[in-house]
Design a protein around this ligand. Structure first.
Ligand SMILES: [Zn+2]
Length: 214
């Protein structure tokens, strides 16, 4: 999960129609078709998600700043149980949350960076853990399929990174860069592969700043 940048077209006053083509289209363009939670590219399974659930926050139902693009998998799991996650439009999520892959134990590991614990960060970790690792660490078939897909993509990334480490040529660097493009999936997890290796951070530090406000 990384920071999300949305445009605020003038035609959008405070209240918008979440079902309108304009809102759907703008969210798809702004988020490059990706779910803001799991960062998968959606095809037809995208949904306009209310970060603060409309069931609990009726007044935010049509508020542009409360609408984000999510996939149906994440939207359903989030429901109205995670109204208190961090606002990815305002926070550099990738700096606040360490997002790592435990290839051996087949788990994604999310933790808070430094001593900046907050209820919002804790709620975000709980949600991400549920999405990637299943409820209470147990994956059912759907969760397993989701996880296997993520793992496959991240293994692909890991292998181009290893190629670069073994032979840091321009060609290999370019292969890493392609997979760090804003249109690519699972950037939060990829960023931390880069950030935890000084050699990689030196080379790709400027490629892991999408949407970020410095
Ligand atoms: Zn998702």
């Amino acid at each position: 999960m990384i920071r999300v940048k949305k445009s605020y077209p003038e035609v959008f006053n405070e209240k918008v129609n979440p079902r309108s083509e304009m809102v759907n289209g703008t969210l798809l363009t702004d988020q490059h078709g990706k779910c803001y939670l799991c960062e998968r590219v959606t095809t037809t399974d995208y949904e306009v998600e209310h970060r603060m659930a409309r069931k609990d926050y009726e007044e935010l139902k049509c508020e542009w700043s409360n609408l984000l693009l999510a996939c149906s998998y994440c939207n359903r799991k989030k429901g109205n149980r995670y109204n208190d996650i961090i606002n990815p439009l305002l926070i550099n999520v990738e700096d606040k949350l360490k997002q790592e892959i435990d290839f051996g134990n087949k788990q994604m590991v999310f933790s808070i960076v430094g001593n900046n614990s907050s209820p919002e960060l804790c709620a975000t970790i709980r949600l991400l853990e549920e999405l990637f690792n299943g409820k209470n660490g147990l994956r059912k078939i759907r969760e397993e399929r989701f996880f296997e897909y993520a793992l496959r993509k991240l293994k692909e990334f890991q292998s181009v990174v290893v190629n670069y480490i073994k032979e840091p040529s321009d060609e290999h660097a370019n292969e890493v860069r392609v997979l760090l493009d804003i249109k690519e999936e699972f950037l939060g997890l990829k960023y931390w592969i880069i950030k935890t290796n000084p050699m990689l951070e030196r080379e790709f530090g400027e490629d892991i700043i999408w949407n970020k406000v410095r």
